[in-house]
Every structure is written in structure tokens, then in C-alpha cells.
Design a protein around this ligand. Sequence first.
Ligand SMILES: NC(=O)c1ccc[n+]([C@@H]2O[C@H](COP(=O)([O-])OP(=O)(O)OC[C@H]3O[C@@H](n4cnc5c(N)ncnc54)[C@H](OP(=O)(O)O)[C@@H]3O)[C@@H](O)[C@H]2O)c1
Length: 305
Amino acid sequence: MKAIVATDEAAGTAGMRLVERPEPAAAINDVVVRVHAAGYVPDELDWPSTWVDRAGRDRTPSVLGHELAGVVASLGYGTTGLSVGQRVCGIADWHRDGTLAQYVAVEARNLAALPGDLDFTIGASLPISGLTAWQGLFDHGHLRAGQRILVHGAVGAVGTMATQLAREFGGHVVGTGRAADRSKALEYGAQEFVDLDSDALEDVGAVDLVLDGIGGEVQKRSAPLVRPGGRLVSIVGPVEARPPEGVAIDFVVESDRAQLDEIVRRVRDGRLRTNIGTVGDLDDAVAVLNPTERRKGKTIIRVRP
Ligand SMILES: NC(=O)c1ccc[n+]([C@@H]2O[C@H](COP(=O)([O-])OP(=O)(O)OC[C@H]3O[C@@H](n4cnc5c(N)ncnc54)[C@H](OP(=O)(O)O)[C@@H]3O)[C@@H](O)[C@H]2O)c1
């Protein structure tokens, strides 16, 4: 099968290649999915799991991409809950070969059903971005109606999901980003916008929750804005600044079928809009995943038979 692999950590994106790889086999509780579309998070090459397995052993060449939408092609020993031919979407294990390939082996529990009227391209854009937003807001952020939430990177793949979900659940959203992002952030539902290059973040005032998709100085300047008892949730690695009287937490998104069902349902009934920027094909994926211009939204790679 065709797959996009990374072989050399030092080479970074220059080391990405389109190659022929053996098709994966389904292990216990796995399914093999025939991938129709795959999502890619831009900093995958910085994740340790791209390079080593859970025991720390070199696992290169590793197939990149961890979001997928496709059709179940075969079931592993003991696998229940899914059937061959079923449309699915979900997250592939960080430490195993990924979804920028014609086939991927995934634990069945990491997948949710993708209704027939949702395109594979849309399905592949939801699992990581949608679940990160959901878990950041609700599991870790404890968002409640009436609270003010600061979403850093509001026009990004996660930020647009978080903005819409926070609004649906009664939050007041202050989005941040670059000057050019203002209208898009408001269009996705932010009630206020802070241009991080020219506006004073400190003027935002007190917030109950910071969902941080940027980090660094932006995070450090945000911590003092968190109200007593409020939360700062980082999706960009270990917390660098703690709210003086609040909670700080960082997390990596986890597969959750029930939550993914909720996200898929919302996209289907129009409550949630995905944010796809570029769509490319597997044959051109190396170039598409390394754009010379600024990315706008999620990059999705279509995978043809
Ligand atoms: N913890 C997890 O489980 C998890 C899951 C998903 C994603 N992530 C991470 O979360 C981050 C966001 O993910 P994403 O998929 O939403 O990425 P994305 O689509 O690239 O969105 C990030 C947004 O933040 C903006 N931004 C970044 N730095 C900025 C700065 N200094 N000033 C103003 N705007 C800035 C970006 O603008 P530009 O494009 O102009 O830079 C972009 O609009 C990434 O680092 C990603 O790796 C973590």
C-alpha cells in the first residue's frame, strides 16, 4: 500500500516520503480500516510517539497522520462493536503506524460510526480537533453556562471547534489570534477578539477558563487573568504559567466514542462547522503537508483506492 512515512527525526519535514509499505494486519480488538481521508496535526514530527514505540524503541519508518475516516476492511480476533463495510472515523494510536496510508490498523474502541451523509473529508477533520476541544472545555476546563472563556488560536482547527461548543453550552468566548483572523473568529461565534500582535491581552479582564492552543508568552500573560477557582488548560504541552488562585492542566486528547458521536451528531445537524483549509491527495501529500504559505484550518489528505 502507499503511505507517507517519516524516517529521520533530524531531517524534519524534509524526511517525509511517499513509499510502498506492507498492509497492516488486525491485532486483537483491532479493525483494519481502508482509509478514505486522513487528518494531520502540523507538529506531529515533534511528538516522541512519532519516533519510538511505548517501550522507547525506534519505530521508524513510521506512517504519519492520526485522524481518519474510512471503511472497516477486516476485524481482528475478538473485535466487537464494528462490522466489515461500516463507515467510521476516529483517532489512530499515537505509537502505531498512522492514517496517511491506504490502510491502518486501529483499536475498534477508538472509532465511531460515520453516517452515510457525512463526507469522509469532513469525518477525518473531526476526531482530534473536535475531541481536543470537547475534552479541553468540559473534562478539563469544567466549563459552565455563563462563564467567560479565552480561546487562544481561535481560528485554528481546535479553536474553531472550541468556540462553537463553548457558545452552545452558554459560554462567552473571547477568541485570540492574528489581526487577519478577526472576522473568521467572530464568524465561528467568538463574541470578542484579541489581536495578539496589537491588542493588550490584559484588557480582556477576568476569565473563568483559558483554553490555550498557542503557549509561551501568550500563556504566561493569560494566567493572571484566570479568576479564583478558574482553570488554564494547555493543549500545547506542559503548563508554563499557573493562575495565582486557579488550576492549571495540560493534556493530550484521548479517543472517546461517546464524545465523538456527540461531535459527529452536531456536525450532521448543523450545530457544529468543521474548519478545513486544504484538501490534497496522498500522492501529493508531502508537498501539501509542507505548505510555503500560512495554513488556514485543517489539512485533509484524500486517499484513493
Ligand atoms: N494536546 C492535544 O491533544 C492536542 C490536540 C490537537 C492539537 N494540539 C496542539 O494544539 C495547537 C493548535 O492545534 P490546531 O490543530 O488548532 O492548530 P492550527 O489549526 O494551526 O491553529 C493554531 C492557531 O493559532 C494561531 N497562532 C499560533 N501562534 C500564534 C501567535 N503567536 N499569535 C497569534 N496566533 C497564533 C495560528 O495562526 P498561524 O497559523 O498564523 O500561526 C492558528 O490560527 C497545536 O500546537 C497542536 O499541536 C494538541
